[in-house]
Write a protein that binds this ligand. Structure first.
Ligand SMILES: [Zn+2]
Length: 419
């Protein structure tokens, strides 16, 4: 499906999302009128809104109203008072500078309308219009399968199909393992390089390789033709975040970080050597981080972050292998009802966070045996914290930080409980 048809569908959906909006302009009976109105998007930095109006008496008040189209329980409309000199004919404009507010993902819709008043007390409210914040640097192709649409511009159809296959596998696995399935459409933007991706972001980190915009059901990630294996793994991780977010979305509370990251790590497959090693060391040194602590966003310190991810994987692994898939689905559904961390655990498992920590420690009672790395493969997904956008460490970033470890990283490592 191309962009235009996608937008036509979205527009229909959006109109139905806002049934209470007065879509008809409120026209004054005398001379107050809108001469022109426009919005010029320049992704990812600015959107410039402009208006020209005239009347038989001075125009005294112009306001821009806009709302970002995303999944939210709060219907938030922003209002901007435009600066201009009162006159019979006026032109005014306002630039939304994303550097001041934070960026938006590609292809976000922004609905906007104007209210204009004159000195005679007349007022006009224009009909809402949607401006699309598209990344027009590239010619996007698309491929849709069920709930997921993939957009890409570099590589042929088999490249996109291979990614789509990995997505389908990940969704199948997630459903089989936890019962979680997508609740809303998911859009994935595949940039050819992490550099192209960073060009789509405001103040990107040097090592940013992927971003999950959970409130938009969207992922943006840099996957080159030569790093497809890494890409599939990172994509699977972020996709799981989206689905888990959709499964647990509620206006009251979120889910503990260990659950969110643990499910995402588990969806990638076996825990890689680097994480297993971190976990084994912590078990050996008696320096595990408590489950209570990894309920909050992870430390920005690399070592602690790595251990937090490894523990999250292990805690989720413990819950699923020991208590089963149905309980995990029940847990997600309980969180969707707005339960607290302890409340949800108590309801489903009959123990709270500290009880989980105790049981998990018992489960870990003997460290796993060290296993020699089998092959030199750099497969690592990392994030600084649970804050969104989530960050995925790129190969380039890893090369700098973990150069010495590259030869140690191995695939096909299985984290297993010692007998
Ligand atoms: Zn993550």
């Amino acid at each position: 499906m191309n962009f235009k048809s996608k937008k036509a569908i979205l527009l229909g959906a959006i109109v139905s999302l806002f049934p209470l909006l007065n879509l008809a302009p409120v026209h004054a009976e005398d001379g107050l009128r809108i001469v022109s109105s426009s919005a010029q998007a320049s992704f990812p930095l600015t959107i410039s809104f402009s208006i020209a109006a005239e009347s038989d008496v001075d125009i005294t008040d112009i306001r821009l109203h806009y709302k970002v189209l995303r999944h939210s329980f709060a219907d938030v409309t922003a209002e901007v008072y435009l600066q201009f000199v009162s006159a019979l004919e006026v032109e005014a404009s306002w630039d939304w500078d994303m550097r001041r507010t934070g960026g938006l993902p590609p292809s976000t819709g922004i609905q906007y309308w104007w209210t204009v008043k004159d000195a005679g007390g007349d007022q006009i409210e224009t009909s809402p219009v949607i401006v699309w914040f598209d990344d027009e640097r590239f010619s996007w192709q698309s491929l849709t399968q069920d709930m997921v649409t993939l957009y890409w511009y570099n590589g042929d159809m088999p490249f996109a199909e291979e990614l789509m296959l990995a997505i389908e596998d990940a969704l199948d696995w997630l459903e089989a393992d936890t019962g979680a399935i997508p609740q809303e459409a998911i859009e994935i933007y595949i940039y050819a390089t992490s550099q192209d991706l960073r060009g789509a972001m405001i103040f990107p980190r040097e090592w940013t390789g992927g971003v999950a915009y959970t409130a938009y059901g969207r992922i943006a990630i840099g996957i080159g033709l030569d790093n497809l294996d890494w890409g599939k793994r990172a994509l699977t991780h972020e996709l799981t975040h989206l689905v888990v977010h959709q499964m647990t979305l509620n206006p009251y509370s979120d889910i503990p970080t260990w659950l969110d990251e643990g499910l995402a790590m588990r969806s990638e497959g076996s825990l890689t050597y680097y994480y297993v090693n971190a976990l084994n060391q912590a078990i050996g040194n008696d320096s595990l981080i408590s489950v209570q602590s990894i309920s909050s966003p992870f430390s920005a310190l690399t070592d602690l972050a790595i251990l937090s991810y490894a523990e999250s994987y292990s805690v989720v692994d413990y819950l699923i292998t020991t208590h089963g898939k149905n309980k995990m689905l029940e847990l997600l559904e309980t969180f969707r009802e707005g339960a607290s961390y302890d409340g949800a655990l108590m309801e489903v498992y009959r123990f709270d966070t500290s009880g989980l920590y105790r049981r998990w420690c018992e489960y870990l009672s003997v460290p796993v045996e060290p296993v020699e790395p089998e092959e030199k493969v750099v497969v690592m997904v990392n994030e600084v914290s649970r804050m969104h956008p989530a960050f995925v460490v790129t190969l380039a970033g890893l090369a700098t930080v973990f150069l010495v470890l590259l030869s140690l990283v191995a695939e096909n490592w299985t984290w297993r409980r010692a007998l």
